[in-house]
Design a protein around this ligand. Structure first.
Ligand code: IMP
Ligand code: MG
Length: 193
């Protein structure tokens, strides 16, 4: 019998080996998966019998969406929306616009917005203003990361994966700088400006 190869996770991705801007690991892949399993279990319980519609915000939330939906043990739908609030840097441009709208009608659906990270809350406030008039039966938010020191009470975040410190810009697990680093397995600190 052929011997099984080493665990894929023990190989550094090439992108990691050649990029000194990829800083320390803030949250490991294992911790991400464990917390996402908990979120999925909560959503399974809360939406029993309801067929929720998960709406992910591209591109940052695509990996979170893929993992979260597989931890939810109830019938559900998925749809995607692309919104742009940042340019090619780590600084907010303050501009939010719809790059791709949803395909599915939200009327009478139990909608859960799946977001990667809530920073200032600008993006999510815009999303709520845009989606609430479409008459969903309910509209909740599941954010994988929230910056701890921001005052976001008005956003009413129902599910939060991790509170993270205000300072480091983070990359990996879908999160980018100028479209790079989304394929890192862990959440890493970005060591650039
Ligand atoms: P907000 O509109 O200020 O809440 O910013 C939310 C969006 O900014 C997220 O959906 C991300 O696309 C992006 N963002 C904010 N902080 C980070 C970060 O640390 N790493 C990667 N993207 C971030
Ligand atoms: Mg985003």
């Amino acid at each position: 019998m052929a011997s099984p190869g080493p665990d894929a996770a023990s190989f550094p991705l090439v992108v990691e080996a050649h990029d000194e801007l990829i800083g320390e690991t803030l949250i490991s892949a294992d911790k991400l998966q464990a917390r996402i399993a908990e979120l999925g279990a909560e959503i399974t319980k809360d939406y029993a019998g309801k067929t929720p519609l998960l709406v992910a915000v591209l591109k940052g939330a695509f990996i979170f969406m893929a993992d979260l939906c597989r931890e939810i043990d109830t019938p559900l739908g998925v749809d995607f929306m692309a919104i742009s609030s940042y340019g090619a840097s780590t600084r907010s441009s303050g501009v939010v616009r719809i790059v791709k709208d949803l395909d599915i009608d939200l009327a009478d659906r139990h909608v859960i917005i799946v977001e990667d990270i809530v920073d200032s809350g600008l993006t999510l406030r815009y999303l709520r203003r845009t989606l609430e008039p479409r008459s969903p039966a309910s509209l909740e938010v599941c954010a994988l990361f929230v910056r701890a020191d921001n005052v976001l009470d008005d956003l009413d975040l129902r599910y939060i994966g991790f509170e993270i410190p205000p300072d480091p810009f983070i990359i990996g697990y879908g999160l980018d700088v100028a479209q790079r680093y989304r394929n890192l397995r862990d959440i890493r600190v970005y060591d650039g400006d």
